[in-house]
Design a protein around this ligand. Structure first.
Ligand code: ATP
Length: 301
């Protein structure tokens, strides 16, 4: 199905526009059956596929027929110079691109073969199964750590017992690698944490609605090296359970955390395209395209 124009998002999703929220509705799509507590269950799917995705801002084409498969339960890194369309591509994957009034797109995004843009599907479906973590940590600063994790439930009015919430808070913070640091101060404000802790709190908030995919837009660029390392370890752990797509300018980070890599490039005055994609080790050690080689070796960008 093609989507040559985009309907503005309903007001209920405006909170995404200033990056102040995460996935909104909890869901457990495609869980593996088993006896584990709900909060610990692992999603079965999570393959994301973009087919011939193009994007415009007004009349300006900024991405031209980009196709990419992002394998389930692994990390895909999107790399490339500034302005080549990486963030735009990322935002198309969970329907955030359409929040920009002048934005339009064409092509398909499939999550486990299902069209994310199918007009018969609720807009909320994309956001509940494909979460997003932003460059700048954006917890609700006055809310407690616990309330931050549960924010997605609160926003959707989802009912959960105290015990279920306790379990969800703990499991989300464990998965985000933050539990041991905050278990004794869950009532403290989220804004009182360090930058790296705040970013992990945002990851926990995303995880609490049980996404199949987590999109991360330069999640470590505002963090110190130690916090960056912790987030990278968290990503590696999470990728056992969910699909991660990360935009990064840090080539070492792309190499450390991802299994698949896509190199975006927009030559002067032309829209962004993927020059090369594939296995990360191969992209860095034996790139097929000279431009990839030049970029990953720091010769431009
Ligand atoms: N809201 C917007 N309105 C108009 N043009 C935009 C908007 N957002 C991005 N663009 C343009 O779209 C192109 C792609 O931008 P995008 O942010 O996706 O690139 P990027 O590769 O993520 O860059 P960076 O690495 O600097 O974050 C750029 O030319 C940018 O100026």
């Amino acid at each position: 199905m093609r989507h040559d124009s985009v309907v503005p998002a309903p007001a209920a999703f405006d909170l995404y526009a200033d990056d102040q929220a995460t996935t909104v509705i909890p869901a457990v799509p495609g869980e593996v059956p088993g006896g584990a507590p709900a909060a610990y269950r692992v999603a079965a799917g999570g393959e994301l596929e973009a087919r011939e995705v193009s994007a415009w801002f007004g009349e300006r084409l900024v991405l031209d027929r980009v196709s990419l498969t992002m394998p389930a339960r692994s990390v895909t890194a999107l790399i490339g110079p500034s302005g080549c369309g990486k963030s735009t591509f990322l935002r198309i994957l969970n329907r955030m691109h359409e929040l920009v009034p002048s934005a339009a797109l064409a092509g398909e995004v499939l999550l486990d073969g299902e069209d994310v843009y199918d007009p018969r599907r609720k807009l909320t479906d994309a956001r509940r199964s494909i979460g997003m973590v932003f460059q700048k940590p954006n917890p609700f600063p006055a809310m407690s750590i616990r309330e931050n994790v549960l924010a997605g439930l609160r926003l959707t009015g989802t009912k959960a017992s105290r015990a279920e919430k306790d379990e969800l808070v703990e499991s989300s913070l464990v998965r985000a690698g933050l539990w041991t640091e905050v278990r004794d101060r869950l009532s403290a404000p989220g804004g009182g944490l360090s930058g790296g802790q705040q970013q992990r709190l945002c990851i926990a908030r995303s995880l609490a609605v049980r996404p199949e995919v987590l999109l991360m837009d330069e999640p470590c660029s505002a963090l110190d090296p130690t916090s960056t390392r912790v987030i990278e370890e968290t990503m590696t752990e999470l990728a056992r359970e969910i699909t991660i797509v990360i935009v990064t300018h840090n080539m070492q980070q792309a190499r450390r955390v991802s299994q698949t890599c896509a190199f975006f490039l927009a030559a002067q005055g032309t829209p962004g395209v993927i020059v090369e994609h594939g296995d990360t080790d191969a992209m860095f050690s034996t790139p097929r395209d000279q431009r990839t080689s030049d970029y990953v070796n720091g010769r431009f960008g």
